[in-house]
Design a protein around this ligand. Structure first.
Ligand SMILES: [Zn+2]
Length: 127
């Protein structure tokens, strides 16, 4: 029935909706925290550690996405060395290494992971 609800929604629209809802949930989760990379209390975006563009499998992975300021996310292209340090502090090395493993898998499965069913699941989870 969930599938039926979205059956006339084109895939790009499903993806856009899933991204909007997921990123909003990350900003809400981290709203009282500083930027994962620089530690400053600035307005936060949802910043991916492994970029969503290169690692589709990690686009909607909560451990891979954290509140990050515009400067680090955008102008410093993720400020990734500091991001990793902040990430290890926040979620621990085991969960960071799990992301490393998923990222390696994701490269081999580029473009095959977030199909309609997965996107609908994300929309329903975060709406
Ligand atoms: Zn920052």
């Amino acid at each position: 029935m969930l599938i039926a609800k979205y059956k006339s929604t084109p895939l790009p629209n499903l993806k856009k909706k899933a991204i909007t809802l997921f990123n909003a949930s990350i900003r809400e989760r981290d709203k009282d925290l500083p930027c994962i990379s620089c530690g400053k209390y600035n307005q936060l975006q949802a910043g991916h550690f492994y970029s969503a563009g290169h690692h589709e499998l990690l686009r909607f992975e909560e451990d891979n996405v954290h509140g990050q300021c515009v400067k680090c996310n955008y102008f410093l292209s993720g400020n990734l060395i500091k991001y990793r340090e902040g990430l290890i502090k926040k979620i621990g090395i085991e969960r960071v290494e799990r992301l490393d493993t998923l990222a390696a898998i994701s490269k081999r499965n580029r473009g095959k992971v977030n199909d309609r069913f997965k996107l609908i699941e994300i929309i329903e989870k975060y709406k």
